[in-house]
Design a protein around this ligand. Structure first.
Ligand code: SF4
Ligand code: SF4
Length: 477
């Protein structure tokens, strides 16, 4: 008789209810009644037969059949060896959806913690992308987009608004190409906000460019590291411009991205300050560096977790009133959980997304531009299929032996390649320095998810739709 087992899972509590997160399928179920009895029973800690399973259940044969089928159908019951169900691995022909253009290497700020090494950036040749490179990059995107209908072009730098003329011409060209190809193209940009003027604001809105502004919070916090090359602070320059921008009807959400550096204090204050300014969402990321002048130490990372947890509680309180708190880190995590994403790769870098440097070099992502190990060809001669194929083989989660058996692997998948390059010395290494943190954060997300699933499940659907996905609800058993 076939032996089965309960598939790998993590149990968690939310609001006094018992839940389970199935780590290989991404399913989240509330345990009650008979399912709780099953998960609590000694028998199910190992392998068992259907007959032995029925023996521990109460109720009629029909009830037992129904529970067995339900658990098997949801892949809570698994054969001893879990079948390989990972999605097909991307081939070199895998479609490209997003292309990030480094329209200039120059920046008018010199943020002390910048991963581009601001001193080198501002002293070296300030390379700007030329139109022929930008057009070729647009062609590359369309040619490699396969059957995808919705594509994304991101303008990045340096400070992209320093090359507005090129961006404008590139958008005209990309719109024409989209029309010819019968596809749709969206635009996004990350800017430091110092060059927002009536003209640039009008341009961003007219072209429906989804804009991310890098801003670190209240004036004193922001001005610690985000300064002009002459050392002068930038917050006072940005604020009136931002108010103008956020005071308009923006057709696309404008979001803030906060870099968290050493000794950062009150994250809640930062979040509410930025939301009060009119940003629709605020995302936080600890600075990626080995420099102890900026890096958050382990104590500070734990303080950060406390603050994220505090914000998560506020998020729930508001969600129960059907109100939204634009705390991007939690929204992204909840959407991942809601959609049951099972990641084989930590992000889309080198899969459906590439970045292009001003000369046309193709890199895994915007943060890895200029890193030779992340260079995958160029837009003139195309992707290097051998190097890309090797990356896609080596970057897979199942190649990261240290992550084997980790309950959080389907969400973390080893973490950001850029972070790994800086902190672990190799972009293919799992980010073992933050395992404890990321697991605690995902556990917080599971707890929030469980509470919302019980009390306002439709709110989870709304979050998915906010990210442009069809509603999809993790079913209750
Ligand atoms: S890096 Fe750590 S938390 Fe992430 S999947 Fe690997 S072992 Fe798990
Ligand atoms: S490698 Fe890191 S920075 Fe690059 S896209 Fe992935 S998560 Fe983002």
């Amino acid at each position: 008789m076939e032996m089965v087992k309960i598939a790998d899972h993590k149990r968690f509590q939310a609001n006094g209810h018992d839940f389970v997160f199935m780590t290989q399928t991404g399913g989240i179920f509330e345990l009650d009644g008979e399912t709780q009895a099953v998960f609590n029973h000694e028998l199910t800690k190992g392998k068992f037969t259907q007959q032995a399973f029925y023996a521990v259940l109460k109720g009629t044969k029909d009830n037992k059949d129904s529970l067995w089928n339900n658990l098997a159908g949801n892949r809570v019951l698994a054969p001893q060896k879990f079948p390989e169900t990972r999605p097909m691995l991307p081939t070199p022909e895998f479609p490209v959806k997003t292309l990030v253009l480094h329209v200039t290497a120059a920046c008018n700020l010199m943020c002390h913690y910048c991963y581009h090494n601001p001193e080198a950036l501002n002293k070296g040749p300030q390379l700007s992308m030329e139109l022929k490179v930008a057009k070729k990059a647009v062609d590359f995107l369309f040619e490699h987009s396969g059957d995808l209908e919705d594509l994304v072009l991101v303008f990045f730098g340096g400070e992209p608004l320093l090359n507005l003329n090129l961006i404008s011409k590139t958008i005209t060209y990309a719109n024409e190409t989209a029309r010819k190809e019968g596809k749709k193209i969206d635009y996004a940009m990350t800017t430091n906000g110092t060059l927002l003027t009536d003209k640039t604001i009008g341009f961003l809105n007219e072209n429906r460019i989804g804009t991310t502004v890098s801003l670190d919070g209240l004036e004193a916090v922001h001005d610690r590291f985000r300064r002009f090359p002459d050392g002068s602070p930038s917050y006072g320059v940005i604020l009136p411009k931002l108010k103008k921008f956020l005071g308009k009807e923006n057709p696309k959400p404008v979001v803030a991205r906060v870099t968290l550096a050493k000794d950062v204090k009150d994250i809640s204050k930062t979040l509410f300050h930025l939301l009060d300014l009119g940003f629709s969402e605020v995302g936080f990321a600890p600075v990626t560096t080995m420099e102890t002048d900026f890096q958050l130490d382990s104590h500070q990372m734990m303080q950060l977790l406390d603050q994220f947890q505090h914000l998560s509680e506020i998020f729930i309180q508001l969600a129960l009133k059907d109100e939204f708190l634009g705390f991007t880190n939690l929204v992204d995590l909840l959407v991942n959980l809601h959609e049951g994403d099972v990641k084989q790769y930590p992000c889309g870098a080198g899969i459906g997304m590439f970045s292009v440097d001003p000369r046309g070099g193709l890199f895994l992502c915007q943060r890895l531009t200029n890193d030779d190990s992340a260079r995958m060809g160029d837009i003139f001669d195309g992707l290097d299929p051998k190097k890309l194929g090797q990356f896609r083989q080596d970057a897979r989660l199942d190649k990261k032996s240290a992550c084997k058996g980790c309950w959080a692997a389907s969400i973390c998948a080893g973490g950001c390649y850029h972070e790994a390059k800086i902190r672990e010395g190799n972009l293919l290494s799992p980010n073992l320095h933050y395992c404890q943190w990321i697991k605690a954060w995902i556990e917080t997300g599971l707890n929030v998810y469980g509470q919302l699933m019980n009390e306002t499940p439709q709110f989870l659907d709304k979050l998915s739709m906010l990210r442009g996905h069809a509603p999809l609800f993790n079913q209750l058993i």
